[in-house]
Design a protein around this ligand. Sequence first.
Ligand code: S3P
Length: 438
Amino acid sequence: MATIDYEVIPGGPLQGQVRVPGDKSISHRAVMLSALAQGESRISGLLDGEDVLGTIAAFRALGVVIEGPHEGRVRIEGAGLHGLRAPAGPLDFGNSGTAMRLMTGLLSAQAFSSELIGDASLMSRPMARVAVPLRRMGAVIDTAADGRPPLFIHGGAQLTGIRYEMPVASAQVKSAILLAGLYARGETTVVEPAPSRDHTERMLAGFGYPVERSGQAVTIRGGAGPLKASVLEVPADLSSAAFFLVAGSIIPGSRLELLRVGINPTRTGVVDILRAMGARIDRRHERIVNGEPVADLVVEASALRGITVDSALVPLAIDEFPALFVAAACAQGTTVVRGAKELRVKESDRLAVMARGLAALGVRVEEFEDGLAVTGGSLRGGVVDSQGDHRIAMAFAVAGHRAEGMVRIRDCRNVATSFPNFDGLARAVGMDVRVLPA
Ligand code: S3P
């Protein structure tokens, strides 16, 4: 598909209220659990980005009736845990690692076979991390030689519960195993080395399915009953809000209010890291919506300083590092992030692509195998390549507003996977982001 570039003209203070789109992680899970539930679920605030539309299309291909999304609303007629039907062809998950990995868990337990594919980025991402534990449960999964997609999942396997100690903190791996565990004989336990996002556990409980947590272990028992259809409201995505939290912090004179943002403590590392750098971020109107904490976030500009990021915070801010590296480039002193090797296997190699992009804007960056050291200073105009990574494209759009000259960002079409209309919302608060044919 034809891609686009962004051109960002530097500008002044940002002001206003922003409602960023629905949380991507929660949107995927809401569609999945609704499709498996008994009865009709209604979801509002759903992210209508391409990643979630891909999950909806996959469930339609699996025989589930889904109406919408219309302005973030969908109605899903749950097929029940055993009501999915064999798809007519391969299921294409586009750019979405979350969809492919979670669906691998779910499809491993079905009576029919399926093939999972994606775009060039997804086809190069590691899938052994889900295939290995699922095979231990009895799943029959073929991958390409090096554990990459396409995945071919053979139907008809009877799964058995396992206890799995995850080598890396990954919510996708944990969730894939828990979804398979719904169908497995006996108990399935996943032990996390460090907390990762727990939306699957919270939402299963919301659909009436018992999940037990004890320390770092999560346990589910197969066949413990149906999922009960729900009415769900998806909060705004903190990972999308993060671009505005950084922009509001680094552009002198700015004040932005981000409305109805999910502040699940397994996601708020970005706020903790920015605050440790000196950011002024307040939470207002905290409440719980469908088992998920939500608040309005108010950010006001402040002078940031470089810090050494506590590696315990890395999994809690895993998707926000592109934005955080831009904050670091505008802080006084050096910010060091280590223990973040996972960033090399995201939608792009985020350590390499961010290091190259920041260097192109004149920022001093040192690249390690598992992190970056970014020294703050002035940003000059220039051209950066997002390598088709949505979050890197948006991070550099923020950098462009603060730069000394125009910044052109290449290959931004995948912003539509997680944040349709990013450029429109950015303009609404005072950024001059132009969308150009590539
Ligand atoms: C996600 C988990 C994280 C995150 C991804 C979304 C999820 O991946 O990076 O964007 O929804 O479960 P890992 O589980 O691989 O860390």
